[in-house]
Design a protein around this ligand. Structure first.
Ligand SMILES: Cc1cc2nc3c(=O)[nH]c(=O)nc-3n(C[C@H](O)[C@H](O)[C@H](O)COP(=O)(O)OP(=O)(O)OC[C@H]3O[C@@H](n4cnc5c(N)ncnc54)[C@H](O)[C@@H]3O)c2cc1C
Ligand code: SF4
Length: 427
């Protein structure tokens, strides 16, 4: 049987591994290790915060190695490294966001149908919302903002509302891509952890395999097919190392929270992002922002007394990444849209009862990177760019035509399913 290497085990990689194993002998090469949720409790974390020893967001990786943080002058960039990729630290949101793909002639109806059969998705968590969340929801309705309960991936009837989704679900409620990976392994796929792929070897216009660092050793892994799914930050670096240029179109979906002190708001013990308001260039959603809570000096209230609304912006496709250096700034248009969103969030919180002068802002942070090898009409049928050898594919957020300003996992899975279908033609 022909050998396929899938690089990365997040939303895209785990999907491809599951779909291709059997047609190919699949090995998943994953830079990180097995995932386990953060065990430290919020009480202990708040004590550390009070010592004043928390001064740089990158410290979070020391206690929770899955969380990898980089900084640019404008924002903090977050990603997950390890089995399950960034899906293990996701908040479980499941939205179909293929409007831009449809606009360039890509119909993913069949793929989404499969996804809805394979992943339990439900928005029936409203009964367990905290009083403050219910009130925020009512206010958004009164303001004609059409708030909608957020569909979530997993068995949310078992959710205990502990508010720790971004540290990994201790109850195993939340779906993450390790479930697809497990299916791939049961079908015979191999998973190799601690294996960081540096580049794809290309000879006579064909990919012959990948070069990867495993501990101290650097090895060549020969393959008949290579699928890159190292995420929006990882895949462009591997492509560029392999002399395949990418587009300077990196987007990241920046998040900014507007918050207030509110006694016993209880948002830290709540399902994260319980509902969302969709606007043209951003969404609003109640959110306890851990990054700001620990590292932004304006966030000085107890966790239980902090109430926030997240703005998630669909940003301009204007960034790039080369090796470790990410270039990503907020453009004038991004700032203007962010300003509009802040005004709306302030309006909601003031209706809630907060005083205008008591509101404070969080740190801009972002964790939805993608867009550096975007699909266009030219690749709508093949899902394959001309600049790639015929037996090299990309299957992650790198393919998205532009920022969704929305949770991308379902859409990435749908694209990865289509890529798998195209790869099977090479069997
Ligand atoms: C805090 C947070 C919450 C989020 N919540 C949601 C949500 O609720 N819903 C939603 O839809 N989206 C959410 N997202 C975004 C979502 O998790 C990501 O957009 C999605 O997982 C990206 O999928 P991917 O396949 O492109 O990359 P990833 O899932 O990031 O997977 C990339 C994989 O490649 C591995 N890798 C990287 N480089 C290499 C290399 N050189 N060699 C080998 N392996 C490598 C990584 O370890 C990782 O396993 C959230 C993101 C964050 C940060
Ligand atoms: S809030 Fe629910 S889904 Fe999130 S970590 Fe807790 S139990 Fe898991």
């Amino acid at each position: 049987m022909k050998r396929a290497f899938v690089v990365g085990s997040g939303a895209g990689g785990a999907t491809v591994a599951k779909e291709l194993q059997g047609a190919f002998e699949v090995a998943v090469l994953e830079a990180g290790k097995a995932f386990s949720p953060l065990s430290m409790g919020l009480g202990a974390m708040e004590k550390i915060k009070r010592t004043g020893l928390l001064f740089d967001e990158r410290q979070m990786s020391l206690v929770f190695p899955t969380l990898r943080i980089r900084k640019t002058p404008d924002m903090v960039l977050v990603k997950g490294i390890g089995l399950g990729g960034t899906t293990t630290i996701a908040t479980g949101n499941a939205v179909r966001m293929d409007r831009d793909l449809r606009a360039i002639g890509i119909d993913l109806d069949a793929e989404f149908e499969e996804i809805y059969d394979e992943i339990p998705i439900s928005a029936a968590h409203q009964k367990r919302w905290h009083k403050s969340t219910r009130r925020l929801y009512e206010i958004c309705r009164e303001m004609d903002l059409d708030p909608q309960p957020m569909p979530k991936m997993g068995e949310y009837d078992k959710c205990i509302g502990c508010g720790r989704c971004i540290f990994g679900c201790p109850q195993g409620v939340k779906w993450d891509s390790r479930r697809f990976l497990q299916t791939a392994v049961e079908r015979g796929a191999r998973v190799i952890t601690g294996c960081r792929v540096e580049r794809v070897m290309i000879e006579n216009g064909r990919a012959t395999g990948v070069v990867a660092q495993h501990g101290w050793a650097r090895r060549f892994h020969p393959a008949d097919l290579v699928v890159l799914a190292a995420g929006g930050f990882g895949t462009p670096v591997i492509l560029q190392n392999s002399a395949i240029p990418c587009e300077p179109g990196l987007f990241v979906d920046p998040v900014l929270c507007v918050a207030t002190e509110w006694k016993d708001a209880g948002q830290h013990r709540e399902i994260e992002m319980p509902f969302a308001v969709q606007r043209e260039h951003f969404i609003l959603s109640p959110y306890f922002d851990y990054v700001s809570f620990f590292y932004n000096r304006a966030w000085r209230y107890r966790a239980k007394d902090t109430l926030g609304i997240m703005i998630k912006l669909a940003d301009s496709s204007t960034g790039s990444i080369a090796q470790r250096e990410v270039r990503k700034t907020l453009t004038a248009e991004d700032r203007q849209r962010l300003g509009e969103a802040v005004e709306l969030a302030r309006g909601i919180l003031c209706r809630f009862g907060a005083r205008e002068e008591d509101l404070f802002l969080g740190t801009v942070n972002a964790g939805h990177p993608g867009g550096m090898l975007p699909l266009t009409e030219r690749e709508a049928a093949s899902f394959h760019h001309d600049r790639l050898p015929a037996n090299l594919y990309v299957a992650d957020a790198t393919l998205l035509p532009r920022s969704l300003g929305n949770p991308p996992i379902l859409t990435i899975i749908a694209m990865a399913k289509r890529v798998s279908r195209m790869c099977r033609l090479q069997e």
